[in-house]
Design a protein around this ligand. Structure first.
Ligand code: SAH
Length: 349
């Protein structure tokens, strides 16, 4: 019998298997604790489980993480990890330290099929979905690689891929991230980022996970957004925002809107005005992301002054607005620059 990866395996299904084996549910939680809290990779080391149970588990499961193939260290302290998966495919994750947190930007697919015109991952097309084990495996492998003091505090699903286009694995992975028996990361510290797949956003809210949701809005008019994010033709701006106005948020929680700034495309004063109009009344914060260049993209970032004016206009209208630093740009680790293996060509400074 082919064994399944214990990493990423859903807790509820695990409890069901334990019950089939005549074991109470709390034993499943003990096994989870060994793996996710203590990093144990061999069932035989789970000494509070019977020898018989350990053997039965080892017959059904293996415990393995994606392999770190390469690490690039940026001048700003960011580390880009290249992972080799069991079928030889490559994905990237980016670890970003700041004063108060250490964030890992995690991939959800090998490539992506949404074909956004400003995104390097799009140039790969979709090669395959990641499994839940490969999504949470990125976090575990990076934590094992780093010293305890550098261990990851926040997760953003903003790496390669569209998380909601790999729905089932994404939900399984998020459940493991936030489960007290497994990775026990606070729901406030996990962010799922989407290009705006409205049907999947509606489904996701039903899961009651209450992690943060970020939406890559990126434009204020459908004509522009259709070009930047072709899925906009299926889910245009007004449909997306209507869905988000009804998105259930816990008290004190807000949506995040990401807005890439492309010189001459979506960075005008009129864009800032339309953005204010579109987002009025939605509890949210805005992250402006000046375009991170990659060859052979024709887009350019706006001037520092244009970015500052855009930000100030939003702040003056009471929107919490940040400009995202392009962390790790010198190692092609910044937003939208992930495309694994030899495809990553550094951009001349
Ligand atoms: N598919 C998801 C998550 C991956 S993209 C999504 O669309 O949200 C993560 C963020 O990076 C998105 O907000 C996207 O708009 C932004 N991005 C992509 N390419 C970029 C680039 N070259 N420069 C700056 N931001 C980029």
């Amino acid at each position: 019998m082919q064994t399944k990866n214990f990493i990423g395996f859903p807790e509820q299904k695990l409890i069901a298997i334990f019950e089939e084996l005549g074991e109470p549910g709390y034993r499943a939680r003990q096994a989870l604790t060994w793996v996710y809290h203590y990093g144990i990779k061999d069932f035989m080391e789970m000494t509070n489980l019977s020898k018989n149970l350990r053997t039965r588990l080892a017959e059904r499961f293996h415990i393995s993480l994606p392999k770190i193939n390469k690490k690039d260290l940026s001048r700003d302290g960011t580390i880009k990890y290249l992972f080799e998966l069991s079928d030889g495919k490559m994905i990237e994750s980016v670890w970003m330290p700041s004063d108060s947190r250490r964030t890992l930007c995690v991939s959800s697919q090998v490539g992506c099929r949404l074909n956004c015109s400003f995104c390097m991952t799009a140039t790969m097309g979709l090669q395959r979905n990641l499994e839940a084990s490969e999504i949470v495996g990125q976090i575990m492998a990076v934590n094992e690689d780093l010293q305890e003091k550098d261990s990851i505090s926040n997760i953003v699903l903003m790496g390669m891929g569209e998380p909601l286009d790999n729905y089932d694995a994404l939900v399984d992975a998020v459940r493991i991230m936030i489960s007290p028996e497994a990775m026990k990361i606070s729901t406030r510290k996990v962010t799922v980022s989407t290009s705006g797949l409205v049907d999947k956003i509606k489904k996701f809210q039903e899961e009651n996970l209450h992690v943060n949701l970020a939406i890559s809005l990126n434009a204020t008019e459908n004509a522009t957004r259709d070009v930047l994010i072709p899925i906009n033709k299926k889910y245009p701006i007004e449909v997306l925002l209507e869905c988000l106005r009804n998105y259930p948020l816990k008290p004190q929680r807000r949506l995040t809107f990401e807005y890439i700034l492309l010189k001459g495309i979506n960075d005008s004063q009129e864009d800032a005005e339309r953005l204010v109009h579109l987002l009025k009344g939605i509890p949210c914060k805005i992250n402006l992301i000046p375009f991170n260049p990659f060859a052979p993209s024709q887009y350019l970032p706006p001037s520092v002054e244009t970015v500052a004016n855009f930000q100030n206009y939003l702040i003056e209208r009471n929107f919490t607005t940040f400009v995202r630093k392009n962390r790790g740009a010198d190692i092609m680790g910044a937003c939208g620059q992930l495309a694994a293996s030899s495809q990553s060509q550094p951009v001349p400074a």
